[in-house]
Structures are given as C-alpha cells and as structure tokens.
Ligand binder design. Structure first.
Ligand code: GAR
Length: 207
C-alpha cells in the first residue's frame, strides 16, 4: 500500500480528484495518510475533514525564520512515514533537505505543458494569463517529480488542452483542471503505487 501525504494551499480540487480516485478505485493500492496545508483557511482542509482524513497546518508565517520552518516541516512530514509526497496546488517552496531525503518521492502538478509557462512566478492563474497573452493555441498540465529547480524535475505525465479565443484566465484554468489535471494526477499516483514508474538519467519510463 502506497502511503501518501498531500500538500495543499487552496481550494483542493486536485486533492478531491485523488480522494475520488481512491474511493472509485481508479487509484489502487494507495491511502492518504495526511493532508498538509500552509493555509488554515484552505477549503482543501474541509475536503479532508469530510472524508475523515487527518490534516495538519504548518505555515512559514508562524516561525521566526525560514530555517526553523523548514526543519519543523521536514520533522512533521517524517513523522507520518509516507512513501510519496503529492504537491496538489502547494504554494510553498520545498526545503532543499526535504528534496534530498525524498528524491523521486515528491510529485507536483503544474497547470501548463512544461517547459512552457513554468518556473519562478508561474503558479495558479498567472500561468493561464501567460498562456493567453502569448496567444498559444494549446496548453495543458504536467505531473513531474520535484528536484532542486522550479518545475525542472523528471516529467511523468502530460496532457494537452485547447485554448479558445474567448478564454479568460479563469475559464482556461477550469478547462485545464477538468480536462487534464484531475485526470493525470490520479493516474500518476496509480502508476507509482503499482510500481510502473522508474527514473533513469532524469527521464521517466512507464511500464
Ligand atoms: C492547480 O491548478 C495546480 O495545477 C496549481 O494550483 C492549482 C491548485 O488548485 N499549481 C501550481 O500552479 C503550482 N505551480 P486546487 O487547490 O483546486 O487543486
């Protein structure tokens, strides 16, 4: 059984897709051990509660320094003994030490086709604003392993989504979630839970 921690900051629709996937068995061999939020008002926490899933809140704002936060974040995460950490709209930079200890055991969902519209400053609606202002015709979402860079780790799954001329950032964000994120995030977890994902030379092999 793959034990996962899901880290969230906001609405938690990707968390919901994971919960639903486990309940309807499109994700097998997996259980959510804990939901971790940096924001005590995140609706994601309510979703966890409704499904009887443990949750904790840990925010850099409550620590005297970033170092203290990083240390305690890692300590708390370690106490749950999870096999995989899933970043599902988590807007906190992952501490370097955590990345070292969890190499190829942290995955992230990003709402574009990496390497486009990713890296520092590209998160949430900003990604879709960038897509619309550049006028690309196709966007999408990417699930990748987390390494020391921002959105630079090995790519697990990607799915393309059409951009329409009348799109607003909000409309496009919703389409990318519905047609890509809520599909590839559960699928990536299921593949990992069933031993189908390996990483060689920075590239993911599935099968
Ligand atoms: C999602 O669109 C996710 O891809 C994005 O934040 C949103 C969270 O929504 N993540 C990033 O931009 C990370 N760089 P959710 O809380 O409803 O799952």
């Amino acid at each position: 059984m793959l034990k996962i921690a899901v880290c969230v900051s906001g609405g938690g629709t990707n968390l919901q897709a994971i919960i639903d996937g486990i309940e309807n068995q499109t994700i097998t061999n997996t259980e959510i051990e804990v939901v971790i939020s940096n924001n005590k008002n995140a609706y994601a926490l309510e979703r966890a509660k409704q499904h009887g899933i443990k949750s904790i809140c840990i925010s850099p704002k409550d620590y005297a320094s970033r170092e203290e936060f990083n240390e305690d974040f890692l300590k708390q995460l370690n106490s749950y003994h999870v096999d995989l950490v899933v970043l599902a709209g988590f807007l906190v930079v992952i501490p370097e030490q955590m990345i070292k200890e969890y190499t190829n055991r942290i995955i992230n969902i990003h709402p574009s086709l990496i390497p486009s519209f990713c890296g520092t400053g590209y998160y949430g609606l900003k990604v879709h604003e960038g897509v619309l202002s550049r006028g690309v015709k196709v966007t999408g979402a990417t699930v990748h392993f987390v390494d020391e860079g921002t959105d630079t780790g090995p790519i697990i799954l990607q799915k393309a989504v059409a951009v329409e001329e009348t799109d607003t950032p909000e409309v496009l964000q919703r389409r990318v979630m519905e047609q890509a994120e809520w599909i590839i995030m559960p699928k990536a977890i299921d593949l990992i839970a069933n031993g189908k994902v390996t990483v060689t030379d920075g590239k993911v092999h599935i099968g």
